[in-house]
Each structure stands twice: as structure tokens, then as C-alpha cells.
Design a protein around this ligand. Structure first.
Ligand code: AMP
Length: 514
């Protein structure tokens, strides 16, 4: 089921989807698309996007998903780097392609994902209507056989520093990841599940849900372009959704909507939250106020993306102890190996305290970036360096304390910004919080707490210090608190700390103010 970009609801079966994917496969052949060609999509989660996934990869070409939230200059860079030959674009994203059309010479044409009646007036030279393209072709198609290591899809990393790099997935890695994702203690997919991926198909293949759901026969509910709280709620409630997945920022909107309207989604059993650390306050809200279990998950574009899921073990019966596990990123999905190493490359003890860089290895961890030397991603043992700083406890639960580049070093010791943010967000006057390190004459760096207050509230630094005092070590307490209207978010919903460091770079801490 899809809420289409045009507006109406669309429903069909997996059998119908298969028929149309075969028609589209014939159409792609007619457009002269060959094995290994990159076919881009610039699209929301819809049934047409789903068909493109299967038709493009099914003929041995590569589905290259583009993120519509990227700046046009980044889109241009990515399309040119990938040398995409066609772009499939959603109706309301056509202007994005028009804006860069003169700068992407490899693109032979654009397919607008709508029917004839809704085709827009466009300045694009070679614009084809999706429905006309599909309908013009027969549905008998023999899927070709090729090596399982053939590339099937491509997604560029968010690239907050430097140019984005393309993580390439193979048919093999995609299938094995789908098996892993379907496991009961991972996404728990199956015929009795109704799954609404809020997480976009344009970023890491919506965490693999379009594959795992199809493999297991779960019903898919695609939200199209409507990702605000009210729209997501409507689909959750009317389609009997049992599981949904997305980054923390989208859930703030849904929780606000539920609280303001006094509604909830009765059928919802599980919410998978990842992409950024899920604060304890959000876990409590879903579980205690709205009756849905939160599964905190961690992964990366380069990991297809699932790496860990945090579910307390049945033997952990104490509610506070369970919560302490849920705020961690969790245990490895079977197939993913993890190790945490210090600056000298030695593994740190699994005591939940010792920090180090997290490295991963496994069948769905990318073997290299598109058009880059493989050694850029791996050391000689095949371990991939995640760039996340983390700890591992004796029960095998991994906890991310920071992105390596966001780490705060005070007096030679690391302070976890994520942990402070997590606590700060459980203050009733705080809607969102971010902690960054700013230069300090004595300690090198000290933490600054940046708070987006809850509606009508104005928490002070003294309030926040008093609140945090018994929750973190004394020397972790932020040196100052500033209020702001909103946090800058990147194209995948993560807080842009580099931008915050720029924005608040001139801030002086009280004790150093003259
Ligand atoms: P991306 O490749 O854009 O999906 O970003 C991957 C990065 O997001 C990871 O390396 C982490 O830094 C961060 N990340 C993903 N999930 C979580 C999580 N549950 N908690 C904290 N950070 C996360």
C-alpha cells in the first residue's frame, strides 16, 4: 500500500509488483540499459520506487538512490561521480533535476514517476512518463543469471566532511543482510507483520526493509512524501501497522502529534530507532505512554546498514537495568563481528568503560567504495573502521559514545557528548539537546550544552547543571548552556555538529569571560 506523491492511496499485491517489475525490466532493456549501468532514483518510499529497485537490480544494473535533501552541488557531484545514465524522479522532485540538468552530462534521460494525466510541464529535454514506459512493455521477462557478487545498488555516504563516497552493495550482501534483518530479535519480519518504513528508500535502501519484507511476505505500507506526524499517524492507525522504523527526529513529530491529539496507534508493536542515538526519554515515551517496544539499532551506510540491535535479555528483569541496555546501541546481529581498539590497535576490555574505535567485519559490510581503492575502507584483515568511538560491556552490548570527529577531549580524557545529550533530553523542559567541545585555555576543550527548549520553557544553565549533576561525572558537566530554536540537521536527519561548532565557535565560557 502506498500514499502516492499525487495524493490517492494505491494498493496492490506482491504478484502485481512482480508483473510490473518485469514490464519495467523490458522497458530498461529497450532504453539500452546494460549490466553494471547506474540508474539513479530521486524518490520517496512508494510502490514505483520499489519496482525500480527490483527491475534495475534484476537486470544486473545498479540502483543508485539519490537523497533529495542534498544540496544541488552535492547531487551534481554524486551523479557525475556515479555516471548515472537515467534518473527516475518523483513528481515533486522534478525541479531538483531541472536545476542541475545542465551539469550532469552522463544522464541520457529522466523518467518521471507518475501517469500521463499528472505529467508536469518540464524543461527537461528527455522526460518520459513512468506509467507510459511500463505499460508499453510486455510482462514476460527471463531474469538473467549473473555472479552473486555483481553490484545491485549504490548509496553515497552523507559526507559531512569531504566529498561523499559511494557504498556499493552486491546481490549477495543484500540477500544475506535481508535474512539477518528478518530475524525475530532484529526487525522481526514475517507474514503477520505490517511494516511502515519511515526511513527513506533513498538512504541505505530503507535499512533493507524493501528486501526483508518481500522475502518474508510482510505487508509494506509506503508513506510517499508525507512524513509529518499527522500523516504518519494516519497510516499507522488505518493500515494496522505493527512495526515502523526511522531516525529519532521523525519520532519527535509523531510523539508530539499523539500528545496534542490524544491519539495513538493501537496495532503498533515495535518501533526501530537508529541512525542517531535514541534518547532514553523517547524510549520511555513509546513504551510507557504509547505501548510500543523500542528497538534501538545502530549501523552505517557502509554496513547495509544493520550492525547492532539493543534488546535486553530475558534474564534482565530489573526495569532500570533493562533501560540501561536499551539506551546502548546493542548486540551484533548474527553475521557482524565487532572489535574495539585503542590508539595502539589493541582491543579494549569488555567492561562498558574503556573507549576505543569500533571496527566491524562481515558479509554485508561494504568491500570498498565505488571507484575508490579498496584499501581505503579496510585494513589487511578485512576490518572496517567505523569512525565511531564506543565501549562494550560484559554482556556484549556496544555503546557509541561519539563520532570520532565529535569527541570532546578535556584534560586528555574523553567526554561522551552522546551520554550528556541523552540525559539532558530527559529534562522536561528540553525538546532536543546537543553537546559540542569548544576550545578552552586550560583543558583544551570543554563541553557546551545546546538546548532546543520544549514549547514555552526556558531552562537555565543552573537548571541543567542541577539536573545533570547526579547523572554524569562532575568533570563532564557542561561549562555553559545556550538555548537555540532548532538544531541543524543533515540530509539523513543527523545533527550537524561541525555546523554547531562553527555557529557557537565564538562562545566564551563563563569562567574565561573577561
Ligand atoms: P550513515 O552512514 O549516514 O547511516 O551514518 C552512520 C553513523 O550514524 C554511524 O557511524 C554512527 O555514528 C551514527 N549512528 C547510527 N545509528 C546510531 C545510533 N543508534 N546511535 C548513535 N549513533 C548512530
Amino acid at each position: 500500500m502506498t500514499r502516492t506523491v499525487e495524493g490517492p492511496i494505491h494498493r496492490y499485491t506482491y504478484r502485481d509488483a512482480h508483473t510490473r517489475a518485469r514490464q519495467l525490466a523490458n522497458a530498461l532493456r529497450a532504453l539500452n540499459v546494460k549490466l553494471g549501468d547506474r540508474i539513479a532514483t530521486l524518490a520517496w518510499n512508494t510502490y514505483r520506487h520499489f519496482e525500480v529497485y527490483y527491475a534495475v537490480s534484476g537486470i544486473g544494473a545498479i540502483t543508485h538512490t539519490l537523497n533529495p535533501r542534498l544540496h544541488p552541488s552535492q547531487l551534481t557531484y554524486i551523479v557525475n561521480h556515479a555516471e548515472d545514465s537515467w534518473i527516475f524522479v518523483d513528481l515533486n522532485l522534478v525541479p531538483l533535476v531541472e536545476a542541475v540538468a545542465d551539469d550532469i552530462p552522463s544522464v541520457r534521460g529522466v523518467v518521471v514517476m507518475t501517469d500521463k494525466a499528472n505529467m508536469p510541464d518540464t524543461s527537461l529535454a528527455n522526460a518520459i512518463c513512468y506509467e507510459e514506459l511500463v505499460e508499453g512493455h510486455a510482462d514476460d521477462f527471463e531474469w538473467p543469471e549473473f555472479d552473486e557478487n555483481t553490484a545491485s545498488s549504490l548509496c553515497y555516504t552523507s559526507g559531512t566532511t569531504g566529498n561523499p563516497k559511494g557504498a556499493l552493495y552486491s546481490h549477495r550482501s543484500t540477500i544475506i543482510h535481508a535474512y539477518g534483518s528478518a530475524l525475530p530479535d532484529v526487525l522481526h519480519l514475517g507474514e503477520n507483520e505490517v511494516v511502515l518504513p519511515v526511513v527513506p528508500m533513498f538512504h541505505v535502501n530503507a535499512w533493507g526493509i524493501p528486501y526483508g519484507a518481500t522475502m518474508t511476505g510482510a505487508k509494506l505500507v509506503f508513506p510517499g512524501a508525507g512524513l509529518d506526524g499527522a500523516s504518519v499517524h494516519e497510516l499507522l492507525a488505518t493500515e494496522g501497522v505493527t512495526m515502523t522504523a526511522g531516525v529519532p527526529t521523525v519520532w519527535l513529530n509523531l510523539l508530539n502529534h499523539w500528545r496534542e491529539t490524544g491519539t495513538r496507534a493501537q496495532s503498533l508493536k515495535r518501533v526501530i530507532i537508529g541512525g542517531s542515538a535514541c534518547p532514553e526519554s523517547m524510549i520511555r515515551a513509546f513504551q510507557d505512554e504509547f505501548g510500543a517496544e523500542v528497538r534501538h539499532a545502530w549501523g552505517m551506510t557502509e554496513m547495509s546498514p544493520l550492525g547492532t540491535v539493543s534488546i535486553p535479555k530475558p534474564s534482565m528483569t530489573d526495569p532500570d537495568g533493562r533501560m540501561r541496555k536499551q539506551v546502548k546501541q546493542g548486540r551484533a546481529v548474527f553475521g557482524v563481528q565487532m572489535r574495539i581498539v585503542d590508539d595502539d590497535g589493541r582491543e579494549v576490555p569488555h567492561d562498558g568503560e574503556a573507549f576505543g574505535e569500533l571496527q566491524v567485519r562481515g558479509p554485508w559490510i561494504t568491500s570498498g567504495y565505488f571507484k575508490h581503492d579498496q584499501s581505503e575502507a579496510h585494513d589487511h584483515d578485512g576490518w572496517f573502521a567505523t569512525g565511531d568511538v564506543s565501549t562494550m560491556d560484559a554482556d556484549g552490548y556496544m555503546e557509541v559514545t561519539d563520532r570520532a570527529k565529535d569527541v570532546i577531549k578535556s584534560g586528555g580524557e574523553w567526554i561522551s557528548s552522546i551520554e550528556i545529550e541523552n540525559h539532558a533530553m530527559s529534562h522536561p523542559d528540553v525538546a532536543q539537546a546537543a553537546v559540542i567541545g569548544l576550545p578552552h585555555p586550560k583543558w583544551d576543550e570543554r563541553p557546551l550544552l545546546i538546548v532546543v527548549p520544549a514549547k514555552g520553557k526556558t531552562p537555565t544553565h543552573a537548571d541543567m547543571t542541577a539536573f545533570l549533576e547526579d547523572k554524569v561525572a562532575k568533570w563532564w558537566l557542561p561549562d555553559d548552556t545556550v538555548l537555540t530554536d532548532e538544531l541543524p540537521l543533515g540530509a539523513t536527519g543527523k545533527v550537524l555538529k561541525a555546523q554547531l561548532r562553527e555557529q557557537f565557535g565564538d562562545h566564551t565560557f563563563p569562567e574565561t569571560r573577561s
